[in-house]
Ligand binder design. Structure first.
Ligand SMILES: NC(=O)C1=CN([C@@H]2O[C@H](COP(=O)(O)OP(=O)(O)OC[C@H]3O[C@@H](n4cnc5c(N)ncnc54)[C@H](O)[C@@H]3O)[C@@H](O)[C@H]2O)C=CC1
Ligand SMILES: O=C(CO)COP(=O)(O)O
Length: 326
């Protein structure tokens, strides 16, 4: 919708022919964006080749677990000059790859163009109402990030550029783990103090892992770090917060995911990051605790008790680690 508002012809590809028909015939996408009328400049197709033919830019926004499959389908059809961007948030279990790395691997025989990530506090429900939203466009090549900034930027949608791709992708992906935790905390009946603690100490562990993996610590206080962490931990729109909330109220993970019926990236990301923290030797007690709740039958209340009764620490120990990692 932002691209259509900016005067671009937008072709959506979907693997679901019913969704394609609904978008083209009714200008609606009832399951995912109820009540929103899509601009005429948006057309949908179930044929990926037709969708990307002669495209100036190709933007992947499928759930992280579908990224490789869809990028592989795109290979061979992507125009050589097309800007390639994504807005997906997740880390691949086992490989610990970021989404841009998965896309680059699947397209490496076709193009070596650097991928751009568009990330930040941006629930689709509010973007569709044209409410003020700010994001970061990041690529290792500033020129590529600027192209995405120029495509998307308008009076409701402000895009900043940044070249710290590692920090932007990790911030956008790892905040979903903490949002699950914030939802669990609210579901257990804990208050704002607990949520503020999760957000702040969550950011500390995101920054600790991120800098170990090469990110700039300052990126984590930017839109794709602190900004997205705040919106996802506090917004009723967040699927991660809502899923956590159901868990805190006693539902099983399967029940909560069935009720959501949409991508809840934090679940798979928690598993991936708990593994990655061990590989990287980084202390991530909140992520590890949420992993225990999601996959190992731990009771959320017991995990909170464990987190609260760990050995006393100096608050700035973590920040010193982050700075030392630079
Ligand atoms: N919804 C939001 O406000 C935001 C979402 N994101 C990210 O965007 C990504 C996608 O999220 P949503 O669109 O919200 O999820 P969603 O669950 O609302 O929609 C996912 C779409 O992907 C399609 N899909 C699923 N598996 C597929 C496959 N194997 N091949 C092709 N298509 C497939 C589904 O049919 C559906 O149309 C996630 O990584 C999410 O974190 C990022 C920023 C904001
Ligand atoms: O990343 C998002 C907002 O910026 C979307 O968060 P949820 O996936 O939790 O809805």
């Amino acid at each position: 919708m932002v691209l259509a508002d900016n005067g671009h012809d937008v072709r959506l590809w979907s693997h679901n022919p019913n969704q394609v028909a609904e978008i083209n015939e009714k200008r609606q996408n009832e399951k995912y964006l109820p009540g929103v009328t899509l601009p005429e400049a948006i057309t949908a197709s179930a044929d990926i080749e037709e969708a990307v033919r002669d495209a100036a830019a190709v933007i992947l926004v499928v759930p992280a677990k579908a990224t490789r499959e869809v990028a592989a389908k795109l290979a061979g059809h992507i125009p050589a000059e097309a800007v390639i961007a994504h807005a997906t948030k997740g880390i691949e279990p086992k490989t610990s790859k970021r989404v841009s790395q998965m896309i680059e691997e699947e397209l490496e025989h076709v193009t070596h163009r650097p991928v751009v990530v568009l990330s930040g506090p941006s629930h689709a429900e509010e973007v569709a109402k044209r409410q003020p939203t700010t994001l970061s466009a990041s690529s290792v090549e500033m020129e590529e990030a600027k192209k995405v900034q120029e495509l998307f930027m308008n009076e409701n949608f402000r895009v900043y550029t940044i070249t710290d791709m590692v920090g932007v992708e990790l911030g956008g992906s790892l905040k979903n783990i903490i949002a699950l935790g914030a939802g669990i905390s609210d579901g257990l009946g804990y208050g704002d103090n607990a949520k503020a603690a999760l957000i702040t100490r969550g950011l500390a562990e995101i920054a600790r892992l991120g800098t170990k993996l090469g990110a700039n610590p300052l990126t984590f206080i930017g839109l794709s770090g602190m900004g997205d962490l705040i919106v996802t931990c506090t917004s009723v729109h967040s699927r991660n917060w809502r899923t956590g909330n159901m868990l805190g109220k006693g539902m099983t993970l399967d029940e909560a995911l069935a009720q959501m019926g949409m991508a809840v990236e934090g679940v798979r990301t928690t598993e991936a990051v708990a593994e990655l923290a061990d590989k990287a030797g980084v202390d991530m007690p909140i992520t590890k605790g949420i992993n225990q709740v999601l996959f190992h039958g731990a009771k959320a209340k017991d995990i909170v008790d464990q987190l609260m009764t760990r050995l006393p620490k100096h608050e700035m120990d973590d920040l010193q680690d982050v700075l030392n990692a630079r």
